[in-house]
Design a binder for this molecule. Structure first.
Ligand code: ADP
Length: 509
């Protein structure tokens, strides 16, 4: 509740105020002189001062002046006699809020006090809001400069463009990587700001993100001696409207060089190993064939196992070489119009013997009239040989493997299905990772390198296709490969198709 101080030399006025205001629940103190009143104010603050103007000793005007100096927020209502209306006006000019003439009724006092306290409450609320706003502004300014400092110190480049594709922010790292100048580039369209040949396509892509025509994109940009990885994402406003785009740039030159060195190394070592191993395998075959003389059963058995292990090593080396080639970007050597039916027939023919050895039914359904795809014959053979040999390897005696090809949208879909051991949901997200092999009682005895599916995925993606997999442990697996149809063939054959419906493409994650 508000506290009020009454300063008046007339006891009757003080008593009246105490009674009337006390009844309303206010905390009321009183003083019979100006000096006493000022002392009481020193002891403890109050919300409203009722001050008589005409007092012996320190006058009301003098008290008012000191109050203004020492307690600037305090509300003052002056009490005046009829003869002193002018001094009341003067008091208000000096900072009093209102006046009440003597003699006054309890209602007049209640009204004037109520008004003054209401005004004080409003003033305090306004002051609180003002403080809050100032604090908010200070915080925003602090936050802005903090963010600016952080962006300035980042090792990665940051480039922000508005919805018209004009540069609004570029940190020193971005300027260094893109050889931009500051602050001259700010406000320029990105294409002009970059001012370098070879970056037009990239600037174009960022423009599409800013304009809402493309979702987030990641691109590798070869620039000078190095390569940058640029991730561009739209900046969305509160209502979801696109305000521009932010691009984060990272120099991946060193990583790329290391990757190249690793691939070169693997390729070189594999190459050096393959020739002697092939020769060992050949020599073992000669001995096993009995060309060098008779061998006994135990020798034959041991030689056969040695030959099998040598074959496994040669397969591993071949896979490593393939992978190294693919990672070095040598994937599609001869892109031509291909009949996938022909490729599948060849793969089935090669693996027929393996299927028969396990008493598996191998079924192929691919009409020769299927629309062609554009691809590299050897690569495509490798994809389907891998998928088909996996299906045979991971299906038990007496099972079946079905291969089926059909057009689906603007893609050709080839499905390799088996009723084999299947793949658990925990392993499924990893089977396209290099060297990943499922380890369980059923797969322990099956020989493999863990490189077949990564090779399949890389080849298919290099052909702008996709791989998806569905599998249930114990029921079998379905691998589907989508390859884009030859667009020129499509035009001539009226068959306009759309993209496949949905799917868990590539390495399922
Ligand atoms: P691997 O040489 O081991 O066969 P892959 O990369 O071809 O290597 O396959 C990775 C793993 O995926 C395999 O080890 C196997 O566990 C699993 N896998 C692949 N194809 C099938 C399939 N048709 N049925 C069951 N499991 C499969």
């Amino acid at each position: 509740m508000a506290s009020i101080l009454v300063v008046d030399d007339e006891r009757i006025i003080r008593d009246g105020c105490l009674r009337i205001l006390g009844k309303l629940g206010y905390e009321v103190r009183e003083a019979g002189s100006g000096e006493e009143g000022l002392n009481l104010l020193q002891d403890g603050p109050c919300d409203l001062l009722l001050l008589d103007l005409k007092m012996p000793g320190l006058s009301g005007m003098e008290v008012l002046q000191r109050v203004r100096e020492n307690h600037p927020g305090l509300m003052v209502v002056v009490i005046t006699g009829y003869a002193t209306v002018e001094s009341a006006v003067e008091a208000m000019k000096a900072g009093a809020y209102d006046f009440i003439p003597k003699p006054f009724t309890p209602d007049q006092l209640r009204l004037v006090v109520h008004r003054a306290l209401e005004k004080r409450a409003l003033e305090m609320e306004a002051a609180g809001l003002r403080k809050e706003r100032e604090r908010g502004l200070r915080e925003i300014a602090g936050e802005k400069s903090r963010i600016k400092t952080i962006i300035h110190c980042m090792v990665d480049g940051v480039l922000v463009t508005d919805h018209e594709g004009q540069v609004v922010l570029n940190n020193p790292a971005a300027m260094r990587m893109l050889k931009m100048t500051a602050p001259g580039d700010l406000g320029l369209p990105l294409r002009e700001a970059l001012g370098r040949d070879g970056l037009e396509a990239w600037a174009e892509k960022i423009g599409q993100v800013c304009g809402g025509k493309s979702p987030a994109v990641s691109q590798e940009i070869p620039i000078g001696e190095t390569t940058l990885m640029a991730h561009t994402a739209p900046v969305l406003g509160e209502d979801g409207e696109i305000l521009g785009a932010v691009t984060v740039l990272r120099d991946i030159g060193l990583l790329k060089a290391m990757d190249r060195m690793k691939s070169d190394f693997v390729a070189m070592v594999s190459h050096e190993l393959r020739a002697p191993l092939a020769s060992v395998e050949q020599q073992l075959s000669v001995i096993l064939a009995g060309i060098l003389g008779d061998i006994n059963e135990r020798q034959r058995d041991m030689m056969a196992r040695a030959k099998e292990r040598t074959r496994g090593l040669i397969c591993l080396i071949n896979d490593l070489l393939d992978l190294a080639k693919i990672e070095a970007g040598v994937v599609i050597q001869y892109r031509e119009r291909l009949s996938i039916a022909g490729v599948l027939e060849k793969a089935v023919e090669i693996l027929k013997g393996e299927a028969e050895a396990k008493n598996l039914t191998l079924h192929l359904s691919a009409a020769p009239s299927l629309p062609p795809v554009m691809g590299d014959q050897r690569n495509m053979e490798e994809v389907f040989l891998n998928l088909l040999s996996n299906a045979i390897k991971y299906t038990g005696e007496g099972g079946w493997v079905r291969v089926e090809a059909r057009p689906e949208g603007s893609y050709l879909c080839v499905q390799v299905e088996d009723n084999g051991i299947g793949i658990s949901p925990e392993d499924l997200p990893h089977i396209f990772d290099k060297f990943y092999r499922v380890k369980n009682a059923q797969t322990r005895k099956i020989v493999g390198t863990g490189l077949g599916l990564p090779i399949v995925k890389r080849i298919v993606e290099a052909h702008l296709g996709m791989v998806e997999v569905e599998s249930q442990p114990g029921s079998g697996s379905k691998f589907r490969v989508y390859l884009p149809l030859d667009p020129f063939w499509e035009e001539r054959h009226e068959g306009k198709h759309s993209a496949p419906d949905s799917g868990n493409f590539g390495s399922p994650s």
